[in-house]
Design a protein around this ligand. Structure first.
Ligand code: ATP
Ligand code: MG
Length: 419
């Protein structure tokens, strides 16, 4: 579980702002959900025989003996919230949320026990059009953020019927090579053989590669849905690879599943993943409602942004006020407040703790500010302040205090491109 330090929190904020803007530009509305749910919710939705439920949940009893779990993902909570708040009564919903998720994993680069996701879900939409739109939305995000080296993989898990036929086929395939399976896979063979395809065990990859593929078992309607998605992606010029082994780590998916992968981050290359879960709303007690969504890991997004040479966006002061002498210090408070009134988005840092001009200017420099405003006895007597650009060769100028906010605003605007 990481501390996100001030040096990178500015970059996080920048990425989050753009992701949020793009999501909302497609008509999705924010929902904020609790961090804790009844354990039962995740067991029923994600599935008993999954990595998450078998070994990754932070589960505890509260004082009342209820079993609670820190959310490992957001979809289950989203559906629960929609049902308990009546959001699905004859309505379609496009929702998004973001925040911390918790999984007891083996920590490594790009894989943490508290991590953060954006989560986007469309409920009440059955056709492949929304599947395509959710993917196209990601393309727009990658473009806005200048991200490269992202590849899209898609697959179809078919309808429950076609999946059942495929399941039988998988069981006979893996049963014939039982002695080569590991303990996890043996258990899954009985309960949920599709999960074996999701195994991370390197020794099993050959076996998995030779297993029968779901796509050959799709019924007509599932095939039509998948073809519809591909046609829309082709029309939008979005390249993809069909990966018939893509099953996703949660049980509730059907039809479309997809992942955005990068080769820029080593082995934790999944940035964003999602799929359709048409049966989940009903399974959790609502009326049947088709649904699809994706989740994106923010740590991995930050990592990819850095790997693509994205500029750091430190949250730093932009204006630093230097004041020497009692009268100037007295005036500097008023001045700082009036600048914050006039330029609410600008970070104004007032020198605290006194010091000579020289030492205050040194602090101004290390604060990262673009401009220093200098107030000494003389400036105060003349009703002026010195304005000193700190990141260019430009000379210091004197500005009447009345004009200061306007001049600072104009200076920051012209500097914006170079900051
Ligand atoms: P994996 O197969 O890598 O374990 P997953 O299928 O468990 O991934 P999802 O549940 O689909 O992952 O989560 C969606 C996204 O959240 C992932 O694509 C990834 O970017 C991110 N993510 C998942 N688990 C972690 C983690 N422990 N630390 C950081 N990011 C994570
Ligand atoms: Mg996982």
């Amino acid at each position: 579980m990481n501390d996100i330090l001030p040096d990178v929190s500015g970059t996080w904020r920048y990425l989050e702002t753009i992701v949020r803007e793009v999501i909302e530009s497609y008509g999705y509305r924010e929902i904020r959900l609790p961090l804790v749910e009844y354990t039962e919710l995740f067991r029923r939705s994600i599935g008993d025989v999954t990595d998450i439920v078998e070994k990754e949940m932070y589960t505890f009893e509260d004082r009342n003996g209820e079993s609670l779990t820190l959310r490992p993902e957001a979809t289950a909570s989203m559906v629960r919230a929609g049902i308990t708040n009546g959001l699905f009564h004859n309505q379609r919903q496009k929702l998004w949320t973001a925040g911390a998720m918790f999984r007891y994993e083996k920590p490594q680069k790009g894989r943490y026990r508290q991590f953060h996701q954006f989560d986007v879900e469309a409920m009440g939409y059955a056709g492949p059009d929304v599947d395509a739109e959710l993917i196209i939305m990601c393309v727009r995000m990658w473009q806005r953020l200048g991200l490269e080296r992202l590849n899209l993989e898609i697959n179809s898990l078919g309808s429950p019927d076609s999946r059942a036929r495929y399941r039988d086929e998988l069981v006979s395939y893996f049963s014939a090579v039982k002695s080569k399976l590991d303990e996890d896979s043996m258990r899954r063979l009985g309960k949920n053989p599709l999960r074996i395809l999701d195994s991370k065990n390197p020794d099993l990859q050959r076996l998995i590669a030779d297993a029968p593929v779901m796509l050959e078992f799709l019924d007509e309607e599932s095939s039509r849905h998948f073809a519809g998605l591909k046609t829309l992606l082709d029309a939008a010029g979005v390249p993809y690879v069909v990966n018939p082994r893509l099953v996703r780590g949660l049980d509730y998916y059907n039809l479309t599943v997809f992942e955005w992968l990068t080769d820029a981050l080593g082995s934790q290359g999944a940035i964003c993943a999602g799929g359709r879960y048409d049966g989940l709303v009903e399974k959790l007690g609502g009326r049947p409602l088709p649904a699809i969504g994706w989740a994106m890991g923010i740590e991995r997004l930050v990592g990819l942004y850095q790997a693509c040479g994205g500029e750091p966006r430190p949250g730093r002061s932009e204006v630093y006020i230097v004041a020497v002498g009692d009268a100037a210090i007295g005036r500097s408070f008023e001045l700082a407040e009036s600048l914050r009134d006039a330029l609410p988005a600008v970070h104004v840092e007032l020198n605290l703790g006194g010091g000579s001009f020289k030492s205050q200017l040194k602090r101004a420099d290390s604060s990262g500010a673009a401009l220093a405003i200098i107030l000494g006895e003389e400036e105060v007597a003349r009703g002026e302040a010195g304005l000193k650009p700190l990141r260019s060769e430009e000379d210091q100028i004197n500005v009447p205090l009345d004009d200061l906010a306007g001049t600072v605003g104009r200076h920051l605007l012209t500097l914006e491109g170079t900051l």
